[in-house]
Design a binder for this molecule. Structure first.
Ligand code: 3AM
Length: 180
């Protein structure tokens, strides 16, 4: 059964620049630059028939291309026990619009609505037992992190395979943003 999620792939130069942030936090498992992405919706495991339905439902999503800027870093979890370090996204109505179209297409299909508010981010590292002071230092050091904007012209359905060496993400279907 494939495990699926919908995400924006990131241009290679953006992934390289994000990859340069890795380091300085004990207990951090940094995401390989080739795997960096911005998740729009985690779907989870679906059987073959459902996967086909997901593929065609996403083909019905229409949204315009838009510019995206990555800026800032932060963490999930508590201050004492952070579990993820991420790069942030500047406020972006185009992104919010696309995400809500993807969400409603999947809910129409019968998936449970995502209960959590959409908080766009790019996961940079997953943490276990990282000292709070080192996480705080990382975030303070990269306070002014910002990349030049790039054009988002497509979103992608990925499959995720969990292996011992970490998750392997494979782009399965790319959907062009063509405008409405
Ligand atoms: O892009 P990020 O790293 O925030 O954490 C997983 C990753 O999100 C998330 O889906 C993205 C691609 O794997 N994910 C994994 N399992 C999940 C679950 N059960 C999940 N999100 C919600 N519920």
């Amino acid at each position: 059964m494939p495990r699926l999620f919908v995400a924006l792939p990131l241009p290679e130069d953006v992934r390289e620049r994000l990859g340069l942030l890795a380091g300085g936090v004990p207990g951090a498992r940094w995401v390989d630059p080739e795997n960096l992405h911005l998740t729009l919706r985690f779907i989870g495991e679906v059987d073959g028939g459902w996967a086909e339905d997901v593929i065609s439902a996403l083909a019905g999503v229409s949204a315009k291309p838009f510019e995206l800027s990555l800026a800032g870093v932060g963490h999930w979890g508590t201050k004492e026990r952070a579990n993820v370090i991420w790069a942030g996204v500047e406020k972006n109505p185009g992104l919010t619009h696309l995400q809500s179209k993807v969400e409603s297409a999947l809910v129409r299909l019968g998936l449970e609505p995502e209960g959590r508010k959409f908080s766009p981010h790019v996961t940079l590292a997953r943490l276990s037992g990282s000292p709070a002071a080192r996480v705080a230092k990382f975030i303070a050091d990269h306070n002014l992190f910002r990349l030049p904007p790039f054009q988002v012209t497509a979103f992608t359905l990925f499959s995720s395979f969990l292996s011992r060496g970490g998750a392997i993400y494979t782009p399965e279907v790319e959907y062009a943003l063509l405008g409405t």
